[in-house]
Design a protein around this ligand. Structure first.
Ligand SMILES: [Zn+2]
Ligand SMILES: [Zn+2]
Length: 334
């Protein structure tokens, strides 16, 4: 039994308001391990919860250290990332270690279960993945939504192409789009172009090693188009730009419906549209390798350390575009 500890955690009240509570922690519920949160990154998808309010502690890109283990969890002292799908462990997908495809998904950490905008977090053992010692926590966090989601989408996309992906256009240079750029380069995709209406965001993609696409005009120009913005106009552009036989990676999320219009162009285009969700644990080892080659560069290009107590202000700056990928840390900031 550990000594009594208090936990400060954040809540989204709606309309951009963040509140905090500090309370003594009881022992974790049976079966859950407890981690100290070392890093929790802000995600574009959090903005929707920030506006609507959330019933649980938000924050779903978490690196922590196990302070109280549980059956099936890494030992106390192990540094971990939190794999957010709370999967059943027994369905056909889970038995293949494709827990992101769980047929009986119970929910997601930071969405339906308390997440990482807090000092401590209780986590089911199947959601804890140890971090290799040589990867710092502010790089390891990129293994989740930024590298993990990007790499899985690119791998799914590659399976649709007889010789893999040789020509990629990334539309939208937010954190995930920049992650797609970094992963594509780490994977050795020979031609990686990026586009964003915001010149400073596009410059970040160029800093990572992508070429700037001159425009989004024309048709049949790219083998694979990663649409990461979620904007209706960008989705329409992706449908024009993809080559026959190519693939659109539909990663961008928005509240707008995804349209498959019965226009002559789209009706006469023979291609793949790939939608992916997160990544399976089986890909994590390969993703650490990708992070070793491009992770520190991506961190230095997009990330800003901040404090939990500054979360509301950090979100304001994130929504305004001042920060690309801020994260809270309880460690001394770099
Ligand atoms: Zn996220
Ligand atoms: Zn399952």
């Amino acid at each position: 039994m550990s000594e009594a500890i208090t936990n400060t955690s954040a809540r989204f009240e709606g309309d951009g308001v963040v509140s905090f509570t500090t309370a003594a922690l009881d022992a974790p519920a049976t079966g859950l391990a407890r981690i100290r949160v070392d890093v929790c990154a802000l995600c574009g998808s959090d903005k929707r919860l920030l506006a609507s309010g959330a019933d649980v502690v938000p924050g779903h890109e978490v690196v922590g250290t196990v302070i109280e283990s549980a059956a099936g969890a890494p030992a106390a002292g192990t540094r971990v990332v939190v794999f957010i799908p709370v999967s059943c462990g027994q369905c056909a997908a889970c038995r293949r270690q494709q827990n992101n495809r769980c047929y009986e998904l119970r929910g997601l950490m930071g969405w339906q279960f308390d997440g990482g905008f807090a000092e401590y977090m209780d986590v089911p053992p199947q959601c804890l993945i140890p971090v290799p010692d040589d990867i710092p926590s502010d790089v390891a966090v990129l293994a989740l939504d930024t590298f993990g989601t990007a790499a899985h989408a690119l791998r799914l996309g590659a399976r649709t192409q007889p010789s893999g992906i040789e020509d990629l256009l990334v539309i939208g240079c937010g954190p995930l789009g920049l992650g797609v750029v970094a992963v594509a380069l780490a994977m050795g995709i020979p031609k990686v172009q990026a586009w964003d209406p915001n010149g400073s965001r596009l410059a970040l993609a160029e800093a990572l090693g992508a070429d700037a696409a001159p425009d989004l005009e024309g048709t049949n120009r790219h083998q694979v188009v990663a649409e990461v913005s979620g904007a209706a106009s960008a989705r329409a552009s992706a449908q024009d730009l993809v080559e026959p036989g190519g693939a659109i990676l539909a990663l961008g999320e928005s509240n707008e419906p995804y349209l498959m219009p019965a226009t002559p162009r789209w009706r006469r285009t023979d291609c793949f549209t790939v939608r992916s969700f997160y990544f399976p644990p089986t890909e994590v080892d390969d993703n650490w390798e990708l992070l070793r080659s491009q992770g520190a560069r991506l961190r230095d290009t997009i990330m800003t350390p901040t404090r939990l107590s500054d979360l509301e202000d950090t979100f304001t700056r994130f929504v305004d575009g001042e920060y690309v990928k801020p994260y809270i840390t309880h460690e001394e900031t770099r």
